[in-house]
Design a protein around this ligand. Structure first.
Ligand SMILES: [Zn+2]
Length: 268
Protein backbone atom coordinates (compact mmCIF):
# COMPACT_ATOMS: atom_id res chain seq x y z
CA UNK A 1 0.00 0.00 0.00
CA UNK A 2 1.27 3.43 -0.86
CA UNK A 3 1.24 5.94 1.92
CA UNK A 4 -1.18 8.80 1.70
CA UNK A 5 0.35 11.91 0.20
CA UNK A 6 3.30 10.06 -1.29
CA UNK A 7 3.98 11.35 -4.79
CA UNK A 8 3.96 8.91 -7.69
CA UNK A 9 7.06 9.52 -9.71
CA UNK A 10 8.41 8.37 -13.06
CA UNK A 11 12.19 8.31 -12.76
CA UNK A 12 13.83 9.11 -16.07
CA UNK A 13 17.28 8.07 -17.28
CA UNK A 14 18.73 8.44 -20.80
CA UNK A 15 17.76 4.93 -21.99
CA UNK A 16 15.38 3.55 -19.39
CA UNK A 17 12.33 4.78 -17.45
CA UNK A 18 11.54 3.57 -13.95
CA UNK A 19 7.78 3.26 -13.61
CA UNK A 20 6.08 2.95 -10.24
CA UNK A 21 4.51 -0.49 -9.84
CA UNK A 22 0.80 -0.67 -10.49
CA UNK A 23 0.60 1.84 -13.35
CA UNK A 24 1.72 -0.47 -16.15
CA UNK A 25 -0.29 -3.19 -17.83
CA UNK A 26 1.43 -6.53 -18.32
CA UNK A 27 2.02 -7.58 -21.92
CA UNK A 28 1.66 -11.28 -21.12
CA UNK A 29 0.85 -13.71 -18.33
CA UNK A 30 4.47 -14.35 -17.54
CA UNK A 31 5.10 -10.72 -16.60
CA UNK A 32 1.71 -10.00 -15.08
CA UNK A 33 2.41 -11.27 -11.56
CA UNK A 34 5.83 -9.65 -11.33
CA UNK A 35 4.54 -6.32 -12.59
CA UNK A 36 1.65 -6.29 -10.16
CA UNK A 37 4.03 -6.89 -7.24
CA UNK A 38 6.85 -4.63 -8.44
CA UNK A 39 7.85 -1.47 -6.63
CA UNK A 40 9.19 -0.28 -9.97
CA UNK A 41 9.34 -1.58 -13.51
CA UNK A 42 12.33 -0.75 -15.70
CA UNK A 43 11.07 0.10 -19.18
CA UNK A 44 13.17 0.63 -22.32
CA UNK A 45 12.31 4.05 -23.70
CA UNK A 46 12.90 3.27 -27.35
CA UNK A 47 10.24 0.59 -27.71
CA UNK A 48 8.48 0.41 -24.35
CA UNK A 49 9.79 -3.09 -23.59
CA UNK A 50 9.73 -4.09 -19.91
CA UNK A 51 13.26 -4.99 -18.86
CA UNK A 52 13.09 -5.88 -15.18
CA UNK A 53 10.85 -5.73 -12.14
CA UNK A 54 12.14 -4.30 -8.89
CA UNK A 55 10.57 -6.68 -6.36
CA UNK A 56 10.88 -6.52 -2.57
CA UNK A 57 13.19 -9.57 -2.74
CA UNK A 58 15.37 -8.19 -5.56
CA UNK A 59 15.55 -7.43 -9.25
CA UNK A 60 13.70 -9.87 -11.54
CA UNK A 61 14.91 -9.70 -15.18
CA UNK A 62 12.09 -9.75 -17.74
CA UNK A 63 14.44 -10.11 -20.74
CA UNK A 64 17.58 -12.24 -21.22
CA UNK A 65 20.93 -10.56 -20.48
CA UNK A 66 19.36 -7.54 -18.81
CA UNK A 67 22.73 -6.49 -17.37
CA UNK A 68 24.00 -5.96 -20.94
CA UNK A 69 21.13 -3.59 -21.72
CA UNK A 70 22.34 -0.08 -22.72
CA UNK A 71 21.84 2.37 -19.85
CA UNK A 72 21.16 -0.32 -17.23
CA UNK A 73 23.82 1.06 -14.87
CA UNK A 74 22.26 4.53 -14.90
CA UNK A 75 18.83 3.02 -14.35
CA UNK A 76 19.93 0.89 -11.39
CA UNK A 77 21.74 3.89 -9.93
CA UNK A 78 18.58 5.99 -10.25
CA UNK A 79 16.60 3.19 -8.60
CA UNK A 80 18.82 3.51 -5.53
CA UNK A 81 18.34 7.29 -5.43
CA UNK A 82 14.63 7.12 -6.14
CA UNK A 83 13.19 7.57 -2.62
CA UNK A 84 15.06 10.84 -2.12
CA UNK A 85 13.97 12.18 -5.49
CA UNK A 86 10.37 11.14 -4.96
CA UNK A 87 10.00 13.17 -1.80
CA UNK A 88 7.26 15.69 -2.39
CA UNK A 89 8.26 19.33 -2.15
CA UNK A 90 11.47 19.01 -4.13
CA UNK A 91 10.79 21.40 -6.96
CA UNK A 92 14.19 21.66 -8.56
CA UNK A 93 14.14 18.94 -11.18
CA UNK A 94 17.46 18.23 -12.89
CA UNK A 95 17.47 17.51 -16.62
CA UNK A 96 19.15 14.74 -18.61
CA UNK A 97 22.06 15.42 -20.97
CA UNK A 98 21.32 16.03 -24.66
CA UNK A 99 24.44 14.59 -26.30
CA UNK A 100 22.89 11.36 -27.61
CA UNK A 101 20.09 13.27 -29.32
CA UNK A 102 22.29 15.20 -31.75
CA UNK A 103 23.69 11.97 -33.18
CA UNK A 104 20.23 10.50 -33.59
CA UNK A 105 18.95 13.63 -35.37
CA UNK A 106 21.88 13.38 -37.77
CA UNK A 107 20.92 9.79 -38.52
CA UNK A 108 17.40 10.97 -39.43
CA UNK A 109 18.97 13.52 -41.76
CA UNK A 110 18.00 16.52 -39.63
CA UNK A 111 20.65 19.19 -39.20
CA UNK A 112 19.86 20.50 -35.74
CA UNK A 113 21.46 23.93 -36.28
CA UNK A 114 19.56 24.57 -39.49
CA UNK A 115 16.32 23.32 -37.97
CA UNK A 116 16.72 25.48 -34.86
CA UNK A 117 17.47 28.54 -37.02
CA UNK A 118 14.49 27.95 -39.29
CA UNK A 119 11.94 27.37 -36.53
CA UNK A 120 13.35 29.47 -33.69
CA UNK A 121 12.88 26.40 -31.47
CA UNK A 122 15.47 25.30 -28.94
CA UNK A 123 16.44 21.81 -27.84
CA UNK A 124 14.36 20.72 -24.85
CA UNK A 125 15.97 18.46 -22.26
CA UNK A 126 13.97 15.76 -20.48
CA UNK A 127 13.51 16.11 -16.72
CA UNK A 128 15.14 13.49 -14.48
CA UNK A 129 11.79 12.72 -12.94
CA UNK A 130 8.12 13.39 -13.64
CA UNK A 131 5.09 13.64 -11.46
CA UNK A 132 1.88 11.62 -11.89
CA UNK A 133 -0.91 14.03 -12.86
CA UNK A 134 -3.85 11.63 -13.13
CA UNK A 135 -5.05 9.71 -16.18
CA UNK A 136 -5.59 11.11 -19.65
CA UNK A 137 -8.67 10.64 -21.81
CA UNK A 138 -7.30 7.27 -22.97
CA UNK A 139 -6.81 6.11 -19.34
CA UNK A 140 -3.03 6.31 -19.73
CA UNK A 141 -1.01 7.81 -16.88
CA UNK A 142 -0.37 11.50 -17.49
CA UNK A 143 3.18 12.54 -16.55
CA UNK A 144 4.14 16.18 -16.10
CA UNK A 145 6.88 18.25 -14.51
CA UNK A 146 5.93 18.52 -10.84
CA UNK A 147 5.06 22.23 -11.14
CA UNK A 148 2.96 21.71 -14.26
CA UNK A 149 1.20 18.75 -12.63
CA UNK A 150 0.11 20.91 -9.71
CA UNK A 151 -0.96 23.75 -12.02
CA UNK A 152 -2.91 21.38 -14.28
CA UNK A 153 -4.88 20.00 -11.32
CA UNK A 154 -5.73 23.55 -10.25
CA UNK A 155 -6.70 24.52 -13.80
CA UNK A 156 -8.93 21.47 -14.24
CA UNK A 157 -10.60 22.00 -10.86
CA UNK A 158 -11.21 25.70 -11.56
CA UNK A 159 -12.80 24.83 -14.91
CA UNK A 160 -14.99 22.21 -13.25
CA UNK A 161 -16.26 24.77 -10.75
CA UNK A 162 -17.43 26.77 -13.77
CA UNK A 163 -19.09 23.70 -15.25
CA UNK A 164 -16.37 23.04 -17.83
CA UNK A 165 -14.72 19.62 -18.18
CA UNK A 166 -11.13 19.71 -19.42
CA UNK A 167 -9.50 16.44 -20.48
CA UNK A 168 -5.80 15.88 -20.89
CA UNK A 169 -4.84 14.18 -24.11
CA UNK A 170 -1.07 14.03 -23.83
CA UNK A 171 1.57 15.39 -21.47
CA UNK A 172 5.22 14.45 -21.18
CA UNK A 173 6.71 12.67 -24.18
CA UNK A 174 10.33 11.49 -24.36
CA UNK A 175 12.78 12.15 -27.18
CA UNK A 176 12.55 8.41 -27.88
CA UNK A 177 8.79 8.63 -28.28
CA UNK A 178 9.14 11.44 -30.83
CA UNK A 179 11.91 9.52 -32.64
CA UNK A 180 9.54 6.55 -32.79
CA UNK A 181 6.92 8.70 -34.56
CA UNK A 182 9.52 9.68 -37.17
CA UNK A 183 10.74 6.12 -37.63
CA UNK A 184 7.20 4.79 -38.12
CA UNK A 185 6.33 7.49 -40.64
CA UNK A 186 9.60 6.98 -42.53
CA UNK A 187 8.82 3.25 -42.73
CA UNK A 188 5.44 4.16 -44.22
CA UNK A 189 7.20 6.09 -46.99
CA UNK A 190 6.98 9.71 -45.82
CA UNK A 191 10.13 11.81 -45.99
CA UNK A 192 11.58 13.87 -43.17
CA UNK A 193 10.47 17.22 -44.62
CA UNK A 194 6.87 15.99 -44.85
CA UNK A 195 6.93 14.76 -41.26
CA UNK A 196 8.39 18.04 -40.01
CA UNK A 197 5.37 19.95 -41.29
CA UNK A 198 3.24 18.13 -38.68
CA UNK A 199 5.64 16.97 -35.95
CA UNK A 200 8.37 18.90 -34.19
CA UNK A 201 11.80 17.33 -34.65
CA UNK A 202 12.70 14.95 -31.81
CA UNK A 203 14.19 17.05 -29.04
CA UNK A 204 12.31 20.23 -29.98
CA UNK A 205 8.83 19.51 -28.64
CA UNK A 206 7.64 21.35 -25.53
CA UNK A 207 6.20 18.01 -24.42
CA UNK A 208 9.75 16.79 -23.67
CA UNK A 209 10.05 19.10 -20.65
CA UNK A 210 6.76 17.92 -19.16
CA UNK A 211 5.59 21.55 -19.07
CA UNK A 212 3.13 21.35 -21.98
CA UNK A 213 -0.02 19.36 -22.41
CA UNK A 214 -2.68 18.86 -25.03
CA UNK A 215 -6.15 19.60 -23.71
CA UNK A 216 -9.44 18.34 -25.05
CA UNK A 217 -13.13 18.38 -24.25
CA UNK A 218 -15.40 15.34 -23.84
CA UNK A 219 -16.77 14.12 -27.15
CA UNK A 220 -14.40 16.27 -29.19
CA UNK A 221 -11.81 14.66 -31.48
CA UNK A 222 -8.34 15.08 -29.95
CA UNK A 223 -5.91 17.65 -31.33
CA UNK A 224 -8.21 19.13 -33.97
CA UNK A 225 -8.61 22.79 -34.84
CA UNK A 226 -12.36 22.44 -34.10
CA UNK A 227 -11.38 22.55 -30.41
CA UNK A 228 -11.35 26.35 -30.77
CA UNK A 229 -15.17 26.30 -31.08
CA UNK A 230 -15.74 24.54 -27.73
CA UNK A 231 -16.79 26.15 -24.42
CA UNK A 232 -13.61 24.54 -22.99
CA UNK A 233 -11.41 26.58 -25.34
CA UNK A 234 -13.38 29.73 -24.60
CA UNK A 235 -12.86 29.12 -20.87
CA UNK A 236 -9.13 28.50 -21.36
CA UNK A 237 -8.80 31.75 -23.29
CA UNK A 238 -10.24 33.63 -20.35
CA UNK A 239 -8.72 31.74 -17.39
CA UNK A 240 -5.67 29.64 -18.35
CA UNK A 241 -3.35 32.59 -17.82
CA UNK A 242 -4.41 32.87 -14.18
CA UNK A 243 -2.94 29.39 -13.68
CA UNK A 244 0.28 29.99 -15.63
CA UNK A 245 -0.79 28.35 -18.90
CA UNK A 246 -0.53 29.93 -22.34
CA UNK A 247 -1.21 28.66 -25.85
CA UNK A 248 2.15 28.00 -27.50
CA UNK A 249 1.18 27.95 -31.15
CA UNK A 250 -1.47 30.52 -32.02
CA UNK A 251 -2.31 31.23 -35.67
CA UNK A 252 0.67 32.51 -37.68
CA UNK A 253 3.16 31.84 -34.88
CA UNK A 254 6.79 32.70 -35.66
CA UNK A 255 7.89 29.03 -35.46
CA UNK A 256 5.94 28.06 -38.58
CA UNK A 257 4.05 25.45 -36.55
CA UNK A 258 0.41 24.81 -37.46
CA UNK A 259 -2.25 26.44 -35.26
CA UNK A 260 -2.67 24.23 -32.17
CA UNK A 261 -5.52 25.53 -30.00
CA UNK A 262 -5.22 22.36 -27.86
CA UNK A 263 -1.55 22.79 -26.89
CA UNK A 264 -0.92 24.74 -23.66
CA UNK A 265 2.33 25.34 -21.86
CA UNK A 266 2.86 26.04 -18.21
CA UNK A 267 5.55 28.49 -17.17
CA UNK A 268 6.39 29.60 -13.67
ZN1 LIG B 1 1.01 19.38 -27.90
Amino acid sequence: MRMRGQAQVLVNTPEIELWPGGLLRAHGNRDARAITRARHVLRRKHDGRYLAADLPEGLLPLIPHVMREPGIKDALGALDLQPARARPGIDVVPTLPLHRLEARLERLGINSDAYARRTGLALVAEPAWLSFAGFDRFRRPLWLHVDAARAWRNLRDAALRDGIVLESISGYRSHDYQLGIFERKLTRGQDVEQILTVNAAPGYSEHHAGLALDIGAPGEPPAEESFEDTPAFDWLGRHAGEHGFAMSYPRDNPHGIVYEPWHWRFSR
